[in-house]
Design a protein around this ligand. Structure first.
Ligand SMILES: Nc1nc2c(ncn2[C@H]2C[C@H](O)[C@@H](COP(=O)(O)O)O2)c(=O)[nH]1
Ligand SMILES: [Mn+2]
Length: 214
């Protein structure tokens, strides 16, 4: 690891990043989940989900990097959930400023690498984003197959976590809205297969609870 321009930049970057371990995922906080995971918990499993992908058409290394970077700005901005009713433009503005603050602590090469990986996260099209696409920016504006795959991992990891909370708290079906809001958003075959497995396991639990004597 090369320290950033100011030498102490790398340590400052890593300490800011460490805040992700203490940022609870807002979606669970709003639903009163007892011990909500952190943003880094979420991104770690996403990175492993990318690691175990067998799709040879995807650049797996790039997917892992995108997963590790996609919510990085939340160490400064916090975890903005749809329920916060903050516009995509305002969310992007805050996260863009945070990513600039974070990456300016690193060397020029690393700054460019990490900032460009992050930039392709905007869903929907903004003219500026299209220009970024041309410069091959990644996650923020869903330019590449890898960015689209990682976006689906983002939502798949979330519904898997919702199922696990329902199991842990023995409240089958309680977090149904996470399933409703992501319905139809999964396209990649591997992710569709994983979502199907999650739904099968989850439906068993719900069925058992509805008819405890069955
Ligand atoms: N209730 C819902 N909450 C959602 C949904 N999509 C995301 N979220 C939550 C999960 C996180 O706490 C936060 C942002 O998630 P990102 O991974 O996009 O940073 O919002 C949803 O569909 N329903
Ligand atoms: Mn995420």
């Amino acid at each position: 690891m090369a320290a950033g321009g100011s030498g102490g930049g790398l340590l400052a970057f890593l300490r800011l990043l460490g805040q992700l371990k203490r940022v609870p995922r807002t979606g669970w906080v709003y639903r009163n989940v007892a011990k909500p995971e952190s943003v880094s918990d979420h991104m770690y499993r996403m990175a492993v989900m990318a690691l175990v992908s067998e799709d040879k058409n995807l650049n797996k290394d790039r997917c892992i990097r995108l997963a590790l970077v996609h919510d990085m700005a939340e160490c400064i901005v916090g975890d903005i959930a749809p329920a916060d009713n903050i516009s995509k433009e305002e969310k992007h503005r805050r996260e863009e400023a945070a990513m600039k603050q974070l990456t300016q602590l690193l060397s020029e090469d690393l700054k460019k690498e990490i900032y460009e990986l992050w930039e392709n996260k905007i869903t929907g099209v903004i003219l500026k984003a299209r220009l970024w696409c041309l410069k091959n920016q990644e996650y923020e504006n869903q330019c590449t197959a890898e960015a689209k795959f990682v976006k689906q991992l983002d939502q798949c990891e979330m519904i898997l976590q919702a199922f696990e909370y329902e199991e842990l708290e023995n409240t089958p079906g309680r977090l149904q809205d996470f399933y409703d809001s992501t319905a139809g958003k999964f396209v990649h075959p591997e992710i569709l297969q994983l979502v199907s497995l999650i739904n099968t396991e989850r439906n068993k639990k719900t069925a058992t609870t509805c008819h405890p004597h069955s």
